[in-house]
Design a protein around this ligand. Structure first.
Ligand code: ZN
Length: 191
């Protein structure tokens, strides 16, 4: 078991698109195991490879579907399909979204209620993960965004974008050069 430090907003790995996995090597398998360990230690719903600083197109998830049943797995080279995103501000009760790379913050985020991701599992077999509602539908969109180099705070409506910017400033990660945090010790790492 190896829990890896999690990158914080501002770390360059989070703001660039990741690369497709060409071959499922022993290194990729170790990475995926470490991503599950890191996700569990951080008690998150999902984790993308660039959140542990690796620029590969892989995410893991562990969250409830629309029936409240926990779903857990890995998707390599995911391709996302989603429904339309409702216009306007999402409801603060239903739309709140957080991210392990923006620790401690939550903002209502517009998302489609339906999403489907197609990719590969660790054996190279095709996997399809589909959700209509639940945390899972949100998670599939959030994690593929990560792999495209996009954070959820970039999806916010103008109402919440300003609030997010103020919160980031108050947290002071950028000013303190904090680029990672350790989910086991909760300690920040500086560059
Ligand atoms: Zn995230």
């Amino acid at each position: 078991m190896a829990v890896r430090p999690i990158t914080v907003i501002g770390h360059k790995a989070l703001h660039q698109p990741t690369k497709r996995v060409k071959e499922i090597t022993p290194e990729v398998r170790t990475l995926v195991q470490d991503m599950f360990d890191t996700l569990d230690a951080a008690k998150g719903a999902g984790l993308a490879a660039n959140q542990v600083g690796v620029r590969l197109r892989i995410f893991v998830y562990d969250c409830a579907d629309e029936s409240g049943v926990d779903q857990r797995g890995v998707v390599i080279n995911p391709k996302l399909e989603k429904g339309s995103v409702p216009p306007g501000d999402p409801s603060p009760d239903e739309g709140a979204e957080g991210c392990l790379s923006v620790p401690g913050e939550w903002f209502p985020t517009p998302r489609s209620s339906w999403a489907r991701v197609t990719g590969l599992d660790l054996d190279g077999n095709e996997v399809v993960v589909e959700a209509t509602g639940g945390t899972l539908a949100r998670c599939l969109q959030h994690e593929t965004d990560h792999l495209d180099g996009k954070l959820y705070v970039e999806r916010l409506t103008p109402t919440y974008r300003g609030k997010a910017r103020e919160a980031m400033k108050a947290r002071g990660w950028e000013a303190a050069h904090i680029t990672k945090w350790d989910p086991l010790t909760q300690e920040a790492e500086k560059v």
